[in-house]
Unconditional design. Structure first.
Length: 57
């Protein structure tokens, strides 16, 4: 096999993997885990009391 054919095969394999990752990332099955992951950064913050969070009422 020469380099042109092997390079073309490699490009097609990488492209198929890329499309698979994009489909996985935008699938509805992954939404719940991504929603949970986006809130992880706020888990380390201490919870504020509701009375302390009100400024002037």
């Amino acid at each position: 096999m020469d380099y042109a054919i092997s390079g073309s095969i490699y490009t097609v394999i990488v492209f198929v993997c890329f499309i698979g990752i994009v489909l996985w990332a935008y699938s509805n099955k992954s939404k719940a885990s991504f929603d949970e992951a986006e809130k992880l950064i706020f888990d380390d913050e201490p919870q504020q009391d509701k009375r302390e969070s009100k400024v002037d009422e």
